[in-house]
Each structure stands twice: as C-alpha cells, then as structure tokens.
Design a protein around this ligand. Structure first.
Ligand code: ZN
Length: 389
C-alpha cells in the first residue's frame, strides 16, 4: 500500500527523506517512476500481478474477488516458476493467506509460510544450497502503521518506518547480491483522511491510489537508475517469464519491464465506494497516458493535462472522447455493463416524472397529487390544534 507520491524518491516536491527514501536511495536497481495498477485494491491488483492481464481477463474484477476463488487463468506467475522447477516459497500473515491472495492451482504447488522466522530459515537454507528458488514476501507493515495512527502523515511515517526496519533486517541477513533479481513493489496506493473529505470523485483514480512503488534490482546493480515510461503491475509477470526463459500461450497485457517500450496507456476501473462489501459495482473509469488523465464516472467526464507530479490541469473541452471510451471498453466489461444499467435507470426517472401527472384514460387527473395535498393540510391543522391545546 506504499504510495509513491508521498516519497521523496518519486516526488521532488517533498523536501526531506522519509524512512523508505533512505532505503531506496541505497538499494540500487531501477526505480520505475510511472507504474500503475489498473485496479487499486489488493485482490484485483494481485490478480493482475499473477496473470499479467487486466482484471477483466483474469476474473478478479471487483472488490472482494480474490485470486484463490476467482482467478480464471490457467497460467500464473507462481505456477510458471514451479513449472520451470523453481522452489517457490510464499510468506504472508495467516489472515492474509486465508482470504485468498494466491490462485488455487499455484497454492497447491508452493510452500506457504505464516511465520517469518520459518520463511527466512528456508531462504537461508536454499541460498546455501544454490537451488533455483523464488520467494514471495508480503509485508503489511505499512498498512498496519496506517491502521494504528490513521491515514495521515503520522500513519504514513510509522508505516514507512516499520517497513524499512523489516526490509533492512531481511537484507542484512540475506545480502541483496545473493539474489539474481529483487522485485520490490506495492499493490496500490491510498488516500489520506484529509483527502477523502469533499474530494472530487475523479481523485479516486489519480496517482494517489493508482500509482505503485516499483523497484527492480538485478544482481550487482548498486546504483539506482530511473525509468519514466508507463509501466504496470502486470508487467512483472512477463518480465519474470523472460528471465526464466519460459513462454506461455496467452497474449499478455503486460510487457517486459526491461523492454524498450512502456505502455501507451493504462486503463483503470474502480468502485466509488471502496469499502469491503458484497456485489460492489464498478462505476468509475480512467485512462492514463504519459501526459493525459481521462476520468469518467456515471455523472462526469473530465480530461486533464498531467503537468507535474500531483498536478493536473483540467481541459475545458474533451478532445478524442471516443478514443478514451474505446480503450476503457476494450479492457473492461464493467463500462458497457454499468453504463447500460445507468441509462435504463435514467428512463425510470422520466417514468417517475410522468407518473406525477399521470391521467386516467378519460384524461381526468389521477388523485395522487390532490390526496397528498389534502393529507398535508390535515396534518398541518392537527399539529396546529395540538400546539394550541
Ligand atoms: Zn493492498
């Protein structure tokens, strides 16, 4: 849940280093300054990571559709590693593994640890034996910091500090250069409380929630280099596939992070109410290109020039609206589905408005209006009488 625009490493407007900036500066590797998730919550973002695909294609396309229950691809990141004879270990807290962050097929083939000590012991053992191994370490510490202190600057500070302490201690025990590659990323960002009050709905999909931290370190890469192309959480899978020299027969939405080209655009979709509950409806969408941000909800459409970090300049006129909506259509089914339902709902409104004045077939007025009026007068008189008594 680490949010890049709260880090100096990503946001030059921030004057002093936070706890994670110290770590990032000395970590080495490539920092990807413009990486996004198409769906800013844990289940959907993880499914994008596991599949290399947009939510619509991987089956995890609403708020509580966790990969274990809804992932519909037969290939996944972890399974591909297993198929290449990698020894795969996964760590997450027990309650996190219970909700289903790992696709069903993969879960049966990997070692799952709920105890950090055991996980680290396993890492150490494998590293000594030089086995082909892959480790997936889920750290919720930043989230916990925010739970403890609130979604404010204090929560952000302590969240970063907890995370830094753990990551530092892990790599003190296991030198970075023991690993051929380290992928360090967050699944999505978040909003501070102060930002959720009276905010424009479009800000739900701006960089605060949709941008992710992504840093990839190749063995021996001690200097930090910078990449500014449009990247996505679903690019990690194809990158790993190229590293392990494996092909799959699915055309992925993601592209290799080491490839020449980034994306021309990323499509986002989300719920305006992002609380954890059943049958959530996706009702906002956005498209991010290098220099534009298009946002659409059921009631608004907006186009912005992205002129700097956290700086969007609204355009008076939306050029190429169809271009954006076509991209949204191509990568989501929620857009057509929800906008159709909304259009029908609008007809209901007209129907209701008509009903107010509905007449009988002989064209005489229906009683509704008059009856309501008479009832109001009677209630008023009764209240008035009560007061007088
Ligand atoms: Zn998350």
């Amino acid at each position: 849940m680490v949010r890049p625009n709260l880090l100096k490493s990503y946001n030059s407007k921030i004057r002093t280093n936070g706890p994670l900036d110290d770590l990032i500066e000395n970590f080495g590797g490539t920092i990807f300054h413009n990486s996004y998730t198409p769906a800013p919550d844990t289940p959907r973002s993880l499914a994008c990571l596991h599949s290399g695909l947009y939510p619509e294609r991987n089956g995890c396309n609403t708020r509580i559709k966790w990969p274990y229950y809804y992932f519909k691809e037969k290939n996944s990141l972890l399974e591909s590693l297993v198929e290449k004879d990698f020894h795969v270990s996964f760590y997450a807290t027990k309650n996190k593994t219970n909700v289903g962050p790992i696709p069903k097929g993969a879960k049966q083939k990997i070692n799952i640890y709920n105890c950090l000590f055991e996980f680290e012991k396993n890492v150490n053992k494998d590293l000594k034996n030089q086995e082909n191994s892959a480790y997936f370490l889920t750290l919720d510490d930043y989230h916990w910091g925010n739970d403890d202190y609130g979604h404010n600057s204090l929560g952000d500070y302590y969240g970063q500090l907890h995370l830094k302490n753990y990551i530092e201690s892990f790599f003190n025990n296991n030198n970075q250069d023991k690993f051929d590659y380290v992928f360090w990323f967050s699944d999505h960002g978040h909003k501070l409380y102060s930002e959720t009050k009276n905010t424009n709905i479009n800000s739900l999909l701006n960089d605060d929630r949709s941008k992710i931290h992504l840093l990839v370190r190749k063995k021996g890469q001690n200097q930090l280099s910078h990449d500014y192309k449009l990247r996505c959480v679903f690019d990690i899978y194809p990158t790993v596939l190229n590293i392990i020299n494996k092909t799959i027969d699915v055309e992925l939405d993601g592209v290799d992070l080491y490839g020449e080209n980034g994306h021309d655009y990323i499509v986002f979709e989300d719920h305006s109410d992002f609380s954890v509950s059943m049958a959530q409806i996706i009702n906002c969408w956005a498209v991010r290109t290098n220099d534009k941000f298009y946002f659409e909800s059921l009631k608004s459409k907006e186009l912005y020039d992205v002129v700097g970090i956290n700086k969007y300049k609204k355009k008076n006129k939306i050029q190429d609206e169809l271009l954006y909506t076509n991209l949204i259509r191509r990568h989501t089914s929620s857009y057509d589905e929800t906008t159709k339902q909304f259009a029908v709902l609008e007809f209901y409104k007209e129907l209701r408005a008509d009903n107010e004045d509905l007449r009988f077939s002989d064209n005489s007025r229906r009683f509704f209006k008059n009856r309501n009026f008479i009832l109001k007068i009677i209630t008023y008189i009764l209240k008035d009488l009560k007061k007088r008594w």
